[in-house]
Design a protein around this ligand. Sequence first.
Ligand code: 8IG
Length: 278
Amino acid sequence: MDDAALHPLDDPRTDPLDVAADAARVIAERTGVPRHDLALVLGSGWGGAADRLGDVVAEIPSHEIPGFSAPAVAGHGATTRSIRLAGTDRYALVLGSRTHLYEGKGVRRVVHGVRTAAATGARAVVLTNGCGGLNPDWRPGTPVLIRDHLNLTATSPLEGATFVDLTDLYSQRLRDVAHTVDPTLDEGVYAQFRGPHYETPAEVAMAGVMGADLVGMSTTLEAIAARHVGLEVLAVSLVTNAAAGISPEPLSHEEVLEAGRAAGPRISALLAEIVGRI
Ligand code: 8IG
């Protein structure tokens, strides 16, 4: 076998944190920013939401950074930006796309972005996603803070005997910051399914019995990896559709994109104000 052709994260002899350190070095070189202070991961519907954070210092096609893959889904951006936060000398690293578990590239790729964020110096990460909602009061386009999660993927980003405490995984301090910006923000428990299919109505009902308020295909593995490398985690879901069986309407990817477009101005302002206070 030709080892040179193996992706660095697919080689079991490689430490994924070394690949993240390589990625961070390339980001520092290409952006001219030696240290980033925090990172954001933009999910479905959040594509424009970082546009009000400040001035874009540099924009890099993500696949040019070690360990990153080209995105699989239309509507998921594919650049990594360094943004100088308005009125400060602090820098945010904005990852415009993520690798999903359902792509089948392995869980190391899924969490490479948050590991890279930590390696650039970030102390906190804001994970965003689009998801289905179980609460019928959450109209498409409603942002909801993640308070806790159910990882239903049957996997972990951690390898070996790495026992990480996940009490307060979704930082109470950062949720309090978000609530000072918008006291009306609801909170919920996010259940991650592997996807890429949406749930059946029975699976949504099961998730509800288990305590879920939100169903999606991302975020929990990234949050676990983020905690492992010492990042403080804030996660915000955009409810882009009622979960299967909650409303009589069938689910569509087009509906997801449209809810994101409609919610754009509100979630951009929300994100800018939260990030400004972290
Ligand atoms: I956007 O209803 C979006 N992503 N699992 N279920 C799951 N993922 C989603 C959904 C949904 N909507």
